[in-house]
Design a protein around this ligand. Structure first.
Ligand SMILES: Nc1ncnc2c1ncn2[C@@H]1O[C@H](COP(=O)(O)OP(=O)(O)OP(=O)(O)O)[C@@H](O)[C@H]1O
Ligand SMILES: [Mg+2]
Length: 368
């Protein structure tokens, strides 16, 4: 900072002392100490600065903004305070050699089918984008790519591609502000190819390496269930920053989810990488009848129990809701059709939790 940034009407140290009282709730340290306060300047009683967070999806962003204004306004000589909230998304693992321009790749996984993995991936991606993050969504579920349908991509619409100097490039589609690519675009929706054998790995790698994502804060990947060739190829091509695991509350799904979690640990060991579990999303937790009563049709506590087993947060519990099913069927997800609904708020909370975990783990990692 230059000395001209302060004209002497306000004491710079007093501002820093005031801002030092604001703590980042996850990192447990002051925003001054963490170096989040940038471009501090004061002129004629007008104070301005940036607070650079570790993710645009920080759930306490607004609160911090208000707190900073309140605290600085109390300082002698201060008349106006302008705080610009910015962010620089931290990268959780070193994924150099991974996908160019992509800071964090987050897999959405489940131990068994039909628990709402794709629904969670879609709404998580949209909620992260809502917060201002640049987001991509990769539908890698070779068993039946459903994400293009959930995002209303008309059958037959294909991503653009070109060949430049012998290098194949494929440009993702843009849907509701997120970039979308699906392994389904490799095949005809009505006549799926059979993904088996060594050719699959090679095809998938070539495909994934051809996608031009541009700069992304988060790439959400809807993984197929299991531990086969496809999953290995995927995490070799696109090393994962972490995984979000989806489960339903009943015990049987719980056992499968533990297997899914172990899968990441095993993959991590095989490939000598650390794939942390970011948290658990419990889906179809309850059903609410018109009288407002919650019915726990699949039992209770499964998500919490699994979160406990892995020592990770339960990121959220999503009820079984007709507007979620409708969102999936109609091609207009609930976050787009009803952005102010409690369901959308719930997904934004989950997205905030994911983003916080990524930045916290990234900051801890860079501290060692
Ligand atoms: N919370 C919810 N409330 C209501 N319907 C839901 C909810 N979550 C998912 N669904 C619906 O359940 C069905 C299965 O969800 P989804 O396709 O997301 O599951 P999946 O785990 O990806 O399945 P698959 O294993 O087939 O890939 C879809 O019709 C979806 O709209
Ligand atoms: Mg699916």
């Amino acid at each position: 900072m230059n000395s001209e940034d302060f004209d002497g009407t306000v004491d710079k140290d007093a501002i820093l002392r005031a801002l030092n009282m604001i703590n980042d709730p996850d990192l447990g340290r002051s925003i001054v100490e963490l170096g989040f306060v940038k471009n501090l300047r004061a002129c004629g009683g007008n104070v301005a600065f940036d607070i650079e967070l570790t993710t645009p999806a920080c759930p306490v962003k607004d609160q911090m903004h208000e707190q900073a204004i309140d605290l600085v306004k109390q300082i002698e000589g201060v008349q106006n305070v302008a705080v610009n909230m910015t962010s620089r998304t931290r990268q959780l693992v070193d994924i150099r050699g991974g996908i160019p321009g992509v800071k964090n790749t987050i897999a959405v996984a489940a131990g068994k089918g039909g628990v709402g993995k794709s629904t969670t991936a879609v709404n998580l991606a949209l909620a992260l984008a809502d917060s201002g993050a640049k987001v991509g969504l990769l539908d890698a579920d070779i068993h039946g790519p459903s994400i293009p349908i959930m995002l209303g991509v008309p059958a037959g619409e294909m991503p653009d591609g070109e060949e430049e100097d012998g290098v194949q490039k494929i440009y993702p589609l843009d849907r509701f502000g997120i970039k979308l690519m699906s392994v389904g675009f490799l095949t005809d929706r009505d006549s799926p190819i059979i993904w088996r054998g060594p050719m699959v790995g090679k095809m998938l790698t070539t495909f994934l390496q051809s996608v031009v994502w541009g700069d992304l804060d988060y790439l959400i990947i809807d993984l197929p269930p299991g531990t086969g060739d496809v999953q290995l190829t995927l995490i070799q091509t696109a090393p994962l920053s972490g995984a979000v695991i989806v489960t339903t509350p009943e015990a049987v799904a719980g056992e499968d989810v533990i297997r899914a979690g172990k899968m990441f640990e095993k993959m991590g060991q095989t490939l000598n990488v650390n794939v942390p579990i970011l948290g658990i999303v419990e889906n179809m937790s309850w059903f609410e009848s018109p009288d407002g009563q919650r019915h726990y049709i699949f039992g209770e506590g499964g998500g919490q129990r699994i979160a406990g087993v892995f020592g990770v947060p339960l990121l959220g519990q999503v009820p079984r809701e007709p507007n979620i099913t409708r969102g999936g069927d109609s091609g207009i997800p609930v976050l787009v059709s009803q952005p102010n609904s409690p369901t959308s708020a719930l997904y934004r909370e989950i997205a905030g939790g994911v983003a916080r975990r990524v930045s916290t783990l990234a900051m801890e990692e860079s501290a060692v």
